[in-house]
Design a protein around this ligand. Sequence first.
Ligand code: YSA
Length: 353
Amino acid sequence: MDINTAIAEMHRAVTLEALQSLKVHYLGKNGLLTQEMKALGKLSPEERKERGRVLNEIKQALENAVRGREKELEAQALQSQLERESIDVSLPGYAFPAGGTHLTSQMQAELLSTFRRMGYSVVEGPEVESEFFNFDAINMPDWHPARDMQDTFWLKDSGDFDVMGPEGERVNNLGGLLMRTHTSPMQIRYMIEHTPPFKIVVPGRVFRYEQTDASHEAMFYQLEGLVVGPDIAMSDLKGAILELARSLYGAQAKARFQPTYFPFVEPGAQFALWWPEREKWLELGGSGMVHPNLFKAADDYRQKMGLPRVYDGMTGFAFGMGIERLALLRYGIPDIRYFYQQNRLSFLRQFKN
Ligand code: YSA
């Protein structure tokens, strides 16, 4: 074994693993130096003493060489790790995409805040509705031709639902289940559970089984309004819609009512708002004075549930409008299908708030 060769090899080791195997090769249990140490026993005492001293010096020198190289390699490893993991704080960061409020939600929030200012409460109702609330209770029994005006998604095999009274007796049959075709069923739901006077608006999704086109979606949002009290008149309805027009389009805005038919109001009127800036009328929805049959339906239901009748002598107005329709007209959007079906971010981002 040549000590100079051994030390030179150790200095040339480029990794800690290579150095470790050299250490084993020379100093390990069966290493070259260890073998020479073991051979000492065969020498005479004189020779053993001298050879032993030399071998110890060699051992010392090899161990020093291993330790020295180990330190160098460890320092190198640390250095390259630091270089690898260093962070350049001056590099530009990543911009994380932030979401925005959907155009329909923005429109809805604006409408709700207008009505809140006028003292209305905001309530919501179920999207899966019964035939009873969606049609029968609002004066559209199953023979009524007006049912055809709103093609319906029925829930498959939903069966009929019964409502039980306080004594466990069958109070009402709610018919089958469907996706509500408008927000009007909330008129009856609310009247059953509350005592007048009240003013509510009901925002929500509605569903119609119909061919989509530039102004018709199968799923869209409506805003329903209902005001009931002892002396509510048609002029109150006109005042509320005019206030809505002014809040959306400023002091010059106007509202227009034209007679039309909805089973749940008498008289009924469709309404439009005048947009002074563009000088045009925007047809927004339907409205009218609550039909006496709705008050009767609500009171009959209450009575069956053991609640007092509270709608005798009451009058009220109601209205319903399409929320997307308002946004379409306001921004001149050519097709309602941009809102949901195509999910096109380039469209939605134009209305980022
Ligand atoms: C009428 C009188 C009341 O006292 C209360 C409410 C109403 C509104 C009634 N419930 C209703 O749904 N009437 S409607 O079928 O004419 O729809 C109202 C508004 O919803 C429309 O004016 C339109 O703006 C919007 N709309 C209707 N079908 C639509 C639609 N928007 C998008 N896609 C469709 N398929």
